[in-house]
Design a protein around this ligand. Structure first.
Ligand code: SAM
Length: 844
């Protein structure tokens, strides 16, 4: 209440000031201009951003596509725009796409049963596969589009994304889907299937990195900056499959890391629907992610190569490709954002390359279009690797993906002041600045009056609070419309860029010392010799206008050889250099990168004297990594809850009674597959996969990172007074059941369906064989699997039941899981694969 009062009061002051200045305060209210759209105040344009990209030459090429009747891209080519008109058309296309709403898209999980998937695809096609008339609401706020009305379009809402299996892009944004009455049943369907975990809503461009990485089920994968986890989910669905027939658990896994532990917890929640044990969630600074060695045979005291088959570095970025989803980008864009992130991005990419095994792949991606965050990082990585890394061409293997080549050169353009300095300066010079700004903007407004309504002109004139200005002779506000006379006239573009306060540095020598912690040497484009060996054109630039998506950048690198001594030295030098820059780089007005600070104390203790190997077998100690207690809360205090909760084997006093009661095999216990969290009260026992146990836990990986989550709940302590202390948990039952030899029943389809009935079910409702087996059990949990699917951990047709004290049973499963189970059963029954004996129970 206090806060809202303060806000109201603040606004009252603002309005009062505006009135005193002779302005109409009502103009500043966020009133809908077209009567029904509350979001019309967002300005879809930014002089600085538009002039920056125009001067970088991003409008110099266009894409020509050949599309079939269904809208699928058959072929496409890049063409140079040879005239100012062509470039202007290309710029208009880019702006239109950048301003438009973002089409919604989703995937049917690759781990969803094939019959169920067919059924879902059929339902989808029935609902939205055919063309229909849909009213599309306008997106307000565009300078030239204030009065736009809803339009009616004839569209087939769902279109297959050719390059991602079982995925769809809708021709509609989420708001239209939510609000249009014609799409109500489709919207409900989306909600139900998402809830059941069969579909995942994910942006089209976000699906590209996992597809480009092309992992296999047995792979070890590292996702270095993983939260909130959409790409992690996609990768996890692939490793959650058996690598070969007869596997009872996944042999590959994904380590999903994020430096922000709250976001790492969020990710854990996000991936829960996949119900996979093949995940290990950690929280550490990816720049210092521990390097797990391939083997111990390497030269003593040297950094050996990593173990991961696939590494994803989807790094924090300025996100200027996300303007369709985050219109705030238009207001917050600054050339400094890219520079502020470059060092962090490069440091993460370098570490990613070290973690990749020889023959493995590293994917670097951002949702930014800025070459400083993209090609400059990739070029620096290639330079340091001395030929161990090579860019891979993947376009041709991804049908329908329209991705432009990476740039081989670019311009370095930066504001020489931080945003905070600009604001401070504005305050200091406020009277003088305001007079000059008004004068300049008056001129600008008159120049572009043809395109602007009176409301817009006055909004632009009156908007004072959030306009950032340079103390520059010819300053320009971000709200001034960017209207170059000719995109061929580089001199004019340069003047425009400079008029918005950016300065061009041709070489690193031109960068003044005060800017060198931001504009670092690696921001500069490669030399002509490097250009011919780097093949930066293999990077993929996804422009919003080409596939009606957000903007995105992806580079795939293969580690073709171990790093030689020179490369190792270059990596270390560069990492140290970047760290020094980052340490100095904390400045007021920097974007909040949510960085986790290095615990410098732990770093110096852990690293050997000469910076070489000093610690636990199998873990590189050359670069300081973070100890488990490194996490710093926002208020500067160390987290007390995170960082001390490793997985430890279940102790004998717990295991032996469990073993007796459920007939658990000794082997799984000896292998440490059943574990508890060290800091817990042992209420939950987890099941870990053999691969995670061997590759991570046994290598003492937990000592070097904060472990957030792994495994699946295998047993949960009983609250009821019962013979066994623990009951089986539905979460991990598909993996635990193969290790059980007692309290396990295989049921025919009729009995299985009876088990799914709500509430307690009297035993007399089952077949005789089933009745006999259940009545033989004492009160407590037991497991029922569907005949024919006993060992299929993907289909997961297995239920945890409770044998009641009375002559009845009931399921111990959530309603969402029961609904999902019923959908699977329907799909099985509808297909020829439903060859399950009806009614024929058989116990093991
Ligand atoms: C672009 S987002 C990742 C999106 C994610 N890959 C997905 O698909 O859902 C970048 C993430 O990097 C994390 N991050 C920022 N700095 C980091 C660092 N030094 N180490 C690890 N993660 C970092 C942020 O917390 C953020 O969650």
């Amino acid at each position: 209440m206090g806060r809202s009062w303060r806000r109201r009061n603040k606004n009252r002051h603002k309005n009062k000031n505006a009135e005193e200045n002779g302005e109409d305060s009502r103009r500043k209210k966020k009133t809908p201009s077209n009567g029904n759209n509350p979001y019309t105040m967002v300005e879809y344009g930014n002089f600085r951003m538009e002039s920056f990209y125009a001067y970088q030459g991003i409008h110099d090429f266009a894409v020509e596509k050949e599309v079939d009747d269904d809208g699928n891209v058959v072929s496409y080519k890049f063409v140079s725009c040879t005239s100012a008109e062509q470039k202007e058309q290309e710029r208009q296309r880019w702006m239109e796409a950048m301003k438009g709403t973002l089409p919604a898209s989703f995937r049917i999980g690759s781990d969803v049963d094939v019959h169920l998937r067919q059924r879902l695809e059929h339902e989808l096609n029935e609902m939205v596969g055919q063309k229909m008339e849909i009213e599309i609401e306008p997106r307000g706020g565009d300078f030239g589009n204030r009065e736009s009305k809803a339009e009616i379009k004839l569209i087939a809402p769902a279109q297959k994304i050719q390059f991602v299996p079982h995925s769809y892009q809708l021709s509609l944004d989420r708001q239209t889907i939510r609000r249009n009455p014609k799409l109500e049943s489709f919207h409900n369907w989306l909600k139900v299937q998402t809830e059941a975990g069969f579909i995942t809503r994910q942006e089209t461009v976000s699906m590209i990195p996992p597809v480009v990485l092309n992992p296999e089920p047995h792979h070890m994968i590292l996702d270095m900056a993983a939260a909130p986890g959409s790409k992690t989910s996609q990768l996890l669905e692939i490793v959650n499959f058996p690598s070969k027939a007869g596997d009872h658990e996944p042999t590959g896994f994904v380590v999903a890391n994020d430096s922000d532990h709250k976001r790492a917890y969020m990710l854990t929640h996000q991936i829960r629907r996949i119900n996979s044990p093949a995940i290990f969630v950690t929280s550490c600074d990816a720049r210092h992610f521990p390097i797990l060695k391939e083997s111990q045979d390497g030269e003593a005291g040297t950094v050996s190569e990593g173990i991961f088959d696939r590494v994803l570095a989807d790094v924090p970025c300025s996100g200027d490709g996300t303007s369709r989803k985050n219109p705030g980008v238009w207001k917050s864009w600054s050339a400094l954002n890219g520079y502020s992130l470059h060092s962090l991005q490069l440091a993460i990419a370098l570490r990613g390359a070290q973690c990749t095994k020889v023959g493995g792949y590293l994917c670097y991606s951002t949702c930014s279009m800025n070459p400083i965050e993209n090609e400059a990082v990739v070029a620096a990585l290639l330079r340091a690797s001395e030929g161990s890394l090579e860019l891979v061409e993947r376009r041709s293997e991804l049908p329908g993906l329209v991705a432009r080549p990476g740039l081989s050169t670019w311009k370095n353009l930066a504001h020489e002041r931080s945003n905070r300095q600009i604001k401070d300066n504005n305050k200091k010079n406020s009277a003088k600045m305001q007079a000059r700004r008004k004068e300049w903007e008056q001129k600008e407004m008159t120049d572009c009056q043809d395109n602007m309504t009176g409301v817009e002109s006055s909004l632009a004139r009156n908007a004072q609070d959030d306009i950032e200005l340079e103390n520059h002779e010819d300053f320009i506000s971000i709200r001034t419309k960017f209207e170059p006379k000719s995109l061929e006239d580089m001199e004019e573009l340069k003047r425009m860029v400079e008029s918005s306060g950016m300065i061009e540095y041709k070489t690193f020598d031109d960068v003044p010392s005060k800017m060198r912690k931001r504009v670092v040497a690696s921001c500069f484009p490669p030399t002509p010799e490097e250009v011919s060996s780097f093949h930066l054109d293999r990077c993929m630039r996804i422009m919003p206008q080409d596939m009606n998506t957000g903007g995105f950048f992806v580079a795939l690198l293969k580690k073709v050889a171990p790093f030689n001594a020179k490369a190792r030295a270059r990596f270390i030098a560069l990492q140290e250099q970047l760290e020094a820059v980052e340490d100095d780089g904390e400045e007021e007005g920097e974007p909040d990168l949510k960085r986790v600070k290095l615990d410098s104390e732990s770093k110096s203790i852990e690293a050997g004297e000469d910076g070489k190997e000093a610690g636990a077998a199998g873990i590189d100690m050359v670069h300081g990594y973070l100890k488990r207690d490194f996490l710093i809360e926002k208020d500067g205090t160390k987290s007390t809850t995170v960082g001390k909760d490793d997985f430890v084997p279940v102790s004998d006093d717990i295991f032996i009674p469990l073993k007796e009661y459920y007939g658990i095999d000794e082997e799984s216990f000896k292998e440490g597959q059943f574990a508890t969290r060290a800091a817990s009260d042992k209420k939950v026992l987890y099941f870990l996969t053999k691969a995670i146990k061997k590759q991570l836990i046994d290598r003492k990986f937990q000592e070097k990172v904060t472990v957030i989550a792994s495994g699946l709940k295998a047993f949960v302590r009983n609250s009821k007074d019962c013979e066994a202390t623990y009951r089986v948990s539905q979460e991990g039952i598909h993996l635990v059941a193969p290790h059980m030899s007692k309290r396990k029943i295989v049921a025919g389809i009729d009995d299985f369906e009876t088990c799914l009935k709500s509430g307690t079910v009297e035993i007399k409702n089952f077949t005789e064989e089933f009745q006999k087996q259940v009545r033989a059990l004492s009160m407590g949990s037991f497991v029922v699997s569907l005949q024919g699917y006993e060992d299929d951990y993907i289909k997961k047709l297995v239920l945890v039941m409770w044998r009641c004290r009375s002559d009845a049973v009931k399921f111990l499963v959530t309603q969402a899981e029961v609904d999902g189970m019923r959908s699977k059963m329907r799909a099985i029954k509808e297909t020829s694969a439903g060859s399950i004996a009806s009614g024929g129970d058989a116990s093991i």
